[in-house]
Structures are given as structure tokens and as C-alpha cells.
Design a protein around this ligand. Sequence first.
Ligand code: HEM
Length: 122
Amino acid sequence: MKKDILNKKDIEKLVNLFYDKVKKDNTIGHFFSGNFNMEKHLEIMYKFWENIVFYTGSYNGNPMDKHFEVHAKTPLSKKDFQKWTKLFNESVDELYIGEKADLIKLKASNIAAVMQMQILKG
Ligand code: HEM
């Protein structure tokens, strides 16, 4: 039976599954290929999501700026954001059910919507 997201280990499992899907994905996989340092990225993402779900204060970066940089190198599109959100929700639903699972999906969708609006408005 599925359970809710309870701790850091659960976040790590979710992030790992999500990036397994992302890497194989035809639409957004290329953003994470070549000499992209996935190991380092995963460590950052564990902290980012842990902070969102458990308010640990473990992340203090600026994702918005980072994605403006990504977009400047390789343009992001609406389709990319849609695929990112779909794969994220699928990953959560494959592993978890409950309040925190709902929360992380809501936060992901909200951040993706704001990010897309900011980046694609021009
Ligand atoms: C079109 C969808 C997206 C693509 C293709 C994408 C791609 C990337 C890439 C390539 C990086 C690494 C940048 C670098 O290290 O130079 C990155 C970092 C990151 N992404 Fe995304 N991203 C997307 C959407 C999102 C969304 C919706 C969120 C949050 C809900 C998010 C959260 C982050 C965070 C927290 C980092 C790390 C920033 C840091 O270094 O502090 N991304 N993303």
C-alpha cells in the first residue's frame, strides 16, 4: 500500500524517480544531458524539495535566476513546462498518497506556472 512522504529518504526516492524519467524523456531530457552534473543537481534538488515539504531551511538558492540562465542557453517552451509537470506528478503518484504528496504536487505546479509566466512573457 502507498504511504505519504514522511522524511528526507522519501524525498530522495521521489527526486531519483523523477530524474530517471526526465533523463529518458524526448521533450526535456536534453536539458540534463551531455556533461551535465546530475549528481550535484540531485543533491540540490533533495534540499530544495525537503525545504518545501518539511520547512527545513536546507535550500537558499534562486531557482528563478537559474532558469533564466537555462532559457538563455537553450530556450524553454510551454511544452517543456507541461512535460516537466506531468512527469513530476506521475512520479509522486507512483510512490505516494496523502497530504504531503498533494502538497508537493501543488507546489510544483504553482512554481512551474510562475516560472513559465516569468520566463515566457517576453
Ligand atoms: C521546463 C521545465 C524545466 C526544465 C527544463 C528545468 C531545467 C533545469 C536545469 C537544466 C537546471 C540546472 C541548472 C544549472 O545547474 O545550471 C535546473 C535547476 C533547478 N530546477 Fe529546474 N527546470 C524546469 C522546471 C523546474 C521547476 C518547475 C522547478 C520547481 C518546481 C525547478 C526547480 C529547479 C531547482 C530548485 C534547480 C536548482 C537551482 C539551484 O542551483 O539552486 N525546475 N532546472
